[in-house]
Design a protein around this ligand. Structure first.
Ligand code: HEM
Length: 120
């Protein structure tokens, strides 16, 4: 069970980011239908990431503080992806530089915490 969730989590995270980028550029380019479909698949991947992540956090890591923080940051990351996609859909991408900077910082930090490069 642990290996299954571990494999799921480590193979799904890159796909999640890739789907976000595809959905973003489709919506930004006015491809509403394609963007909507990819966005829906992306939301399924959020669920996969959260379910497998919470499982690993509880069953494998006994709610270790580092992974609680990582999980919370990952939820913020999902929130930021949703905000950026919403703005792309509505054509409100002006003044989103700060949002992108926060997104990229958390996007780097979360995998580094996942791989144990950042630890405390
Ligand atoms: C979009 C959201 C997320 C991304 C991009 C992400 C990314 C990653 C990455 C890259 C790893 C390292 C994988 C590996 O060792 O091959 C990892 C591991 C981990 N993640 Fe996530 N994660 C996300 C969501 C979550 C959530 C919501 C939780 C918990 C509530 C969580 C808990 C964990 C735990 C506990 C590990 C350690 C797994 C292990 O090595 O046994 N993750 N994550």
């Amino acid at each position: 069970m642990e290996t299954m969730f571990s494999h799921l989590h480590s193979s799904a995270w890159a796909i999640t980011i890739l789907l976000f980028l595809i959905a973003f550029f489709l919506l930004k380019g006015g491809k509403a239908k394609g963007g909507k479909i990819v966005h829906m698949i992306l939301r399924l991947f959020y669920v996969i990431m959260i379910v497998s992540g919470v499982y690993l956090l509880s069953a494998l890591w006994g709610f270790a503080t580092i992974y609680i923080v990582k999980g919370l940051l990952a939820i913020v990351l999902i929130g930021l992806m949703e905000m950026l996609l919403g703005k792309a859909k509505r054509g409100q991408l002006a003044n989103t530089v700060v949002l992108w900077i926060i997104f990229i910082i958390i996007l780097v930090v979360v995998p580094l915490m996942g791989f144990g490069v950042i630890s405390f």
